[in-house]
Design a protein around this ligand. Structure first.
Ligand code: NAP
Length: 248
């Protein structure tokens, strides 16, 4: 089940956290994985080395998803080089937190540039080889806060809600080409993004998670592998929540 042999997958922001776990899980299931990063070249190389050491296939590709022209050119080039692009995990994302009254316009712009405009540019480029092949899988990373909101995360939550609307629309646009498009909405996952939280904040948080713990990047990656697989061929336009029951 869930084998991805012969498929080529691009994971944006694959150098750390959830992206890294996705790269490793996709490779473990047989896909050739392209590990994207923007700053962390050494970390991306490490992901590649770990995959290769485990018998998988991987390579790195550095580009800033927010630079849509560069991102699209890089994806076109990668698809040409491999002769295909079967899976895009549009995972690259940033969080800039702050209360609405203190929110800066430049922070809102940056959040939308990376989390929304960047993800959509990558999806636009990925659909080209997928349309030709008449098959493909696009998986966006949303968030529990995009659906339930969170104090201090107005702009970030807005980007993650936007991604759900985009995923549903692209799903409708590309269904006739057999390209499925879904979003995974993680709850609170232990990565660099959440390392800034104090122990007291984490304790409060865990109280509202029915499963009583934060999640792991591997648990999110497992959902991505499922959505990327042939077994998920009839699943499109959906939001798969991996949140310990925090939002149901
Ligand atoms: P993370 O540990 O902070 O890692 C972020 C990744 O995104 C890194 O690989 C980083 O690359 C890459 N990245 C950032 N900006 C980029 C850009 N402009 N172009 C290309 N790559 C870029 O984050 P994470 O926690 O794994 O989160 C991954 C995704 O899941 C995000 O979309 C996030 O919003 C979402 N999410 C996370 C949580 C959570 O609790 N952690 C919950 C819900 C949703 P470099 O290493 O090169 O900087």
């Amino acid at each position: 089940m869930f084998r991805l042999d012969g498929k080529v997958a691009l994971v944006t922001g694959g150098s750390r956290g959830i992206g890294r776990a996705c790269c490793e899980a996709l490779a473990e299931h047989g896909a050739t994985v392209i590990v994207n990063y923007v700053k962390g070249e050494a970390a991306a190389r490490e992901v590649c080395d770990a995959i290769t050491a485990a018998g998988g296939k991987a390579e790195i590709a550095g580009f800033d998803v927010a630079d849509s022209k560069a991102a699209e050119a890089a994806i076109d080039e990668l698809a040409k080089k491999h002769g295909r692009l079967d899976i895009l995990v549009a995972n690259a994302g940033i969080a800039i937190d702050g209360l609405l009254l203190r929110m800066k316009d430049e922070d809102v712009s940056r959040l939308f540039d990376v989390n929304v405009r960047g993800a959509l540019a990558c999806a636009r480029a990925a659909t080209r080889p997928m349309m030709k092949a008449r098959t493909g899988r696009i998986i966006f990373l949303s968030s529990v806060v995009g659906e339930m909101g969170n104090v201090g995360q107005t702009a970030y939550a807005a980007t993650k809600a936007a991604i759900v609307g985009a995923a549903k629309s692209i799903a409708r646009e590309f269904a006739s080409r057999n390209v499925t498009v879904n979003a995974v909405a993680p709850g609170f996952i232990d990565t660099d993004m959440t390392h800034g939280m104090t122990d007291a904040m984490k304790e409060q948080l865990v109280k509202v998670i029915p499963l009583g713990r934060t999640g792991s990047a591997k648990e999110v990656a497992a959902a991505c592998v499922y959505l990327a697989s042939d077994e998920a061929a009839y699943v499109t336009g959906q939001v798969l929540r991996v949140n310990g029951g925090m939002y149901v």
